[in-house]
Ligand binder design. Sequence first.
Ligand code: 8YV
Length: 311
Amino acid sequence: MARKTDILLIDPMPDSFNEQLGSPFRLHRFTTVEALGDLAERIEGVATGGGSGLPRPIMDALPNLKVISVNGVGIDRIDLDECRRRSIRLATAQGVLTDDVADMAIGLMIDATRGLSAGDRFVRAGKWGHESEPLSHTLKNRKLGIVGFGAIGKAVARRAAAFDMTIAYFSSREQTDTPQYPFYPTLDVLADWADILILCVSGGARSHNMIDRSILSALGPDGILVNVARGSVVDEPALLQALQDGTIRGAGLDVFADEPHVPEAFFTLENVVLQGHRASATCETRMAMGRLVFDNLAAFFDGRPLLTPVL
Ligand code: 8YV
């Protein structure tokens, strides 16, 4: 019987990945670099989440690594230059999670604007009928600025159009396939124009702390910020301050600077809705992502082209 290929799992994978019948892979759960021992030399493939990526110390400890298959679309925590230098191939789960992430962005936008979570807390606390109900704000006639206009940003725009919102976007370049949405080449001008900003931009050096104090001030006291991108895109202490002092009205956050750590100060605020990086976390999508992570590895080790390559 052929020896199974050793694959290192940086994150736990969905069942659809772990339970492939007749899998040609032997799976190993990563704990620490030190604990890898002799296994390090045998690892030829890595499966990891977009949020975890592959930290350099782990990559450096795997001399025979040939392919990385990402259970997500983010590649901001993978050293692409080092992959190129070592001819390590890279695939992501692009395409299968776009709709769910866009749905989460819209959900957070509605919750942060209409106060669904706050209303739920109000009813559960037995306050209905005893205290005056909390009033929220309307989405009607709101201007939506989308930051990052790739597949997810465009899926958010399609959904928001059904709410009759006015939509514009900021991106590294103007998109030719969406002439119906105005392009803003400057983020602070978009933030000044918009009532709601939804962040769909890739993480990494170019977007690091892109949403800082000045952008939050430009968004203004009626403004809502939604982040389904990466925590690194937002200057988190500046956002906390802006939510506390009314620089902006509210926020819906799925991602944080130092996950899974969420600064406790957020828990005391009524004007923020919090999720734990779960925009793609539906049964259906996580199954499809796990399948694609597996299929990319299987294709690579069979000598076939990667299904969804990045490198
Ligand atoms: C996932 C993500 O939650 O696609 C990404 O880059 O961060 C998310 O969709 C994550 O990859 C699952 O581990």
